[in-house]
Design a binder for this molecule. Structure first.
Ligand code: SAM
Length: 189
């Protein structure tokens, strides 16, 4: 846990970790890694696919409070999105979050052509990982970071995405041995 977080944030995160399996949240280690990565990268426009109850989004948005950036996060289920909004509000990050509702592919197709992101975190429907990649690619700036969780825990479903990003001339990619396996790629051109 980040020592500088306020007590409400620490309590909220610890409480959310107790229901991690119900909401399919990322591991604490992955969350901490994403938090540090966003700050080190100086990311200002982050896109998350798969909000759930906002556990990962809390970490992303706390990092964006440091960089002065903004989080756009997509969720299919209104009930989960409402819980996430409550959590962002309670922890003081709702002002840097735009929660979008709908099927991720539909929402991504509707993004304005000039919408640009410098850091992406994907954690939704595993079989659609390849579709998210194809839809997000035009919106990721050169030098931007594209991350995707569960590439080891759900390897078979995510493999088409892994094959595509590894073969793509614009990306260099590593798979980090974090609990579920995190694909971490930089767009090099
Ligand atoms: C693994 S959970 C996300 C957990 C979250 N990133 C966290 O760590 O706190 C995946 C979420 O993606 C949502 N989801 C699944 N398929 C989706 C889709 N096609 N479009 C939008 N959201 C989707 C699910 O409802 C679920 O809440």
């Amino acid at each position: 846990m980040i020592n500088k977080f306020d007590d409400i944030t620490k309590e909220t995160m610890l409480s959310l970790e107790k229901t991690q399996r119900d909401f399919w949240n990322i591991s604490r280690a992955t969350a901490e890694f994403l938090y540090i990565s966003i700050i080190e990268h100086g990311a200002k426009n982050v896109l998350e696919v798969g909000t759930s109850n906002g556990y990962s989004g809390l970490w992303l948005s706390k990092a964006l409070k440091v960089t002065g950036g903004h989080l756009t996060t997509i969720e299919y289920y209104p009930k989960r999105q409402n819980i996430a909004i409550e959590n962002f509000t309670k922890c003081g990050t709702i002002d840097v979050v735009t929660p979008l509702i709908g099927s991720a592919c539909d929402v991504l197709r509707e993004l304005p052509e000039d919408a640009k992101f410098d850091f992406v975190f994907v954690d939704a429907n595993k079989r659609e990982s390849i579709d998210y990649f194809n839809l997000i690619h035009p919106h990721l700036v050169k030098g931007g970071i594209y991350t995707c969780d569960n590439v080891l825990s759900h390897q078979e479903k995510v493999q088409p995405f892994i094959d595509a990003i590894n073969a793509h001339p614009d990306y260099e990619n590593v798979v980090l041995q974090l609990p579920a396996g995190l694909s971490f790629a930089r767009k090099i051109r």
